[in-house]
Design a protein around this ligand. Structure first.
Ligand code: HEC
Ligand code: HEC
Ligand code: HEC
Ligand code: HEC
Ligand code: HEC
Ligand code: HEC
Ligand code: HEC
Ligand code: HEC
Ligand code: HEC
Length: 279
């Protein structure tokens, strides 16, 4: 092949042009062209396994950001080896069209940081304190631990934002603070809540206004009722009988089955069959 190239062309600059030009053209046609095509997001449309990711990405705010900008760490070596791998995939996809290679790892912090700074401390709306650097650099939380719903999936709340439930994994009152005002600036407990009988009357006062603070989960009454209330202290096992006597409507959170588990029968005192478990 090479000796054939050397025999081609006449003499002088013409021969040089042929000797350099033909390999260069071949390189462009066989490597650069396929490399360019295979590193465009559109190329990935052929892999059925990536259908969902491709579609969701194309509708996201990151639709102009190539897949590899997030999924391949920045730097010459990782990006070049991705490009070379994709040249191979270009040819393999012609001989074996059904192939479903694993092309992407989870995005790294470095990839996100190549476009976004990490010094943000509040959400764009201003309601939420979110010291990014403290979490990313000091606590070593990855961007995608919080931003996992960013591109391909909607959060249970139906948007692409981090969820409050995700924060509460750590912000449980032990590992990190869980008071609303730690994170939110406009969700201070209202005065109504200070009333001595608030816990008894809150279900009757419920209105759409409560949503401003409590509707961060869809079933907000039931979700709160699934948490151990303050009344249930360490000696609750021995004290709950007395509480029943004071009529605190245990049925808002417990079915009679729960009491039967220990008592064998429904305890007689004040168990009001008309009050339903809060769903
Ligand atoms: C703005 C950044 C971003 C872009 C651009 C992006 N993704 Fe993603 N991708 C993510 C995030 C975030 C996840 C979720 C990671 C997780 O589950 O923790 C993800 C997950 C994935 C996964 C699952 C990976 C795994 O190991 O679970 C695949 C596959 C994927 N993306 C493919 C694509 C494809 C194909 C494109 C382009 C069409 C693309 N992504 C573009 C951010 C991005
Ligand atoms: C190649 C650059 C680039 C990379 C890499 C990138 N982004 Fe973005 N990001 C953007 C652009 C551009 C926007 C849209 C900005 C706008 O519309 O104001 C955006 C928007 C966002 C938003 C706002 C989302 C919304 O719904 O409004 C978040 C959050 C975000 N990026 C986080 C990330 C995270 C986390 C990663 C890493 C997984 C990442 N980005 C990777 C360029 C990038
Ligand atoms: C501890 C959780 C957490 C971590 C870790 C985290 N973020 Fe965020 N980020 C948030 C929250 C919460 C918001 C505010 C979202 C909202 O309410 O719009 C936010 C907002 C943003 C925004 C602004 C979004 C917009 O709409 O303009 C960008 C950009 C962003 N984060 C990028 C990053 C990047 C890049 C990293 C990693 C270096 C990162 N985040 C790590 C929780 C986190
Ligand atoms: C991996 C665990 C983890 C996750 C997830 C996490 N945090 Fe944190 N966060 C911490 C720790 C630990 C501290 C420092 C201890 C403290 O202040 O209680 C902290 C501190 C904070 C602080 C500063 C508190 C202060 O002292 O004023 C804010 C605000 C905060 N986090 C908001 C958030 C938000 C919003 C999210 C979710 C988007 C989140 N965090 C998710 C672990 C976490
Ligand atoms: C560790 C941080 C953190 C704590 C503590 C926290 N939240 Fe949240 N909350 C978030 C994040 C993150 C979101 C989702 C981001 C968004 O929607 O902007 C959110 C969303 C919400 C929403 C839905 C969005 C809105 O602003 O209307 C409500 C309501 C809410 N929280 C109420 C509360 C109440 C009440 C408390 C105290 C019992 C509380 N939160 C404690 C981080 C926190
Ligand atoms: C401005 C924000 C805000 C509004 C509006 C709001 N709440 Fe609350 N609520 C809070 C905060 C903050 C707490 C304390 C939560 C915690 O620490 O877990 C709380 C706690 C509660 C508790 C538990 C009290 C206790 O002692 O354990 C009940 C019950 C409750 N709210 C019901 C309601 C009802 C019903 C409404 C509507 C009439 C409502 N809230 C409106 C912020 C609010
Ligand atoms: C922030 C947490 C929280 C929320 C949100 C909440 N509850 Fe409660 N609820 C409680 C606690 C705590 C008690 C138990 C009080 C006690 O220990 O005696 C209670 C008790 C009750 C009771 C029995 C009250 C009585 O007569 O003694 C009813 C009924 C009730 N809740 C209904 C509701 C309904 C309906 C909603 C939604 C509109 C709701 N709750 C939202 C925490 C909550
Ligand atoms: C984990 C087991 C357990 C469960 C569940 C339980 N109890 Fe009890 N209960 C006990 C024990 C043990 C005592 C005796 C406490 C003592 O006197 O030291 C008791 C005592 C009582 C008493 C005092 C009268 C008596 O029979 O001794 C009442 C009333 C009572 N329970 C009601 C209830 C109700 C209502 C429920 C359901 C909401 C319930 N209990 C669920 C274990 C349980
Ligand atoms: C706001 C909701 C709520 C109300 C109201 C409530 N409980 Fe509970 N209770 C719980 C939760 C949540 C647990 C923990 C359940 C678990 O761990 O499976 C619990 C646990 C218990 C236990 C198990 C013993 C223990 O220490 O774990 C007993 C007994 C009990 N409750 C009795 C009662 C009685 C009696 C009443 C009425 C006076 C009552 N509860 C009212 C939510 C509630």
């Amino acid at each position: 092949m090479l000796s054939w190239l050397y025999r081609l062309g006449g003499s002088g600059w013409k021969r040089l042009a042929v000797r350099v030009g033909i390999p260069a053209a071949a390189f462009a046609v066989l490597v650069l062209g396929p490399g360019y095509i295979a590193t465009q997001p559109g190329f990935l449309d052929r892999y059925a396994r990536l259908d969902v990711q491709y579609r969701t990405w194309s509708q996201s705010v990151h639709a102009k950001v190539a897949c590899q900008s997030c999924h391949v760490p920045p730097g010459v070596i990782p990006r070049t080896s991705y490009d070379l791998k994709m040249v191979g995939e270009f040819y393999l996809s012609m001989v074996a069209p059904g192939r479903e290679p694993k092309l992407f790892d989870k995005p790294t912090n470095e990839a996100c940081r190549s476009c976004h700074p990490d010094w943000r401390t509040v959400s764009p709306s201003g309601d939420l304190n979110i010291p990014h650097r403290a979490h990313v650099q000091v606590l070593k939380v990855n961007c995608i631990d919080c931003h996992r719903y960013l591109v391909h999936e909607k959060s249970p709340e139906g948007n692409n934002k981090p969820t409050m439930a995700g924060c509460l994994r750590c912000h449980d009152g032990h590992t990190a603070k869980n008071a609303c005002a730690t994170c939110h600036t406009d969700k201070v407990e209202p005065l109504t809540h200070r009333a001595a009988d608030w816990l008894v009357v809150h279900s009757q006062k419920a209105s759409a206004d409560c949503n401003k603070c409590h509707a961060w989960t869809r079933h907000w009454c039931a979700d709160c009722h699934a948490k151990r209330p303050r009344s249930h202290g360490t000696d609750w096992r021995s004290q709950h009988g007395a509480a029943v006597a004071k009529h605190r409507n245990c049925e808002a959170c417990h079915t009679s089955d729960f009491c039967i588990r220990c008592h064998g029968v429904v305890p007689s005192l004040n168990f009001d069959p008309s009050l339903k478990l809060v769903q």
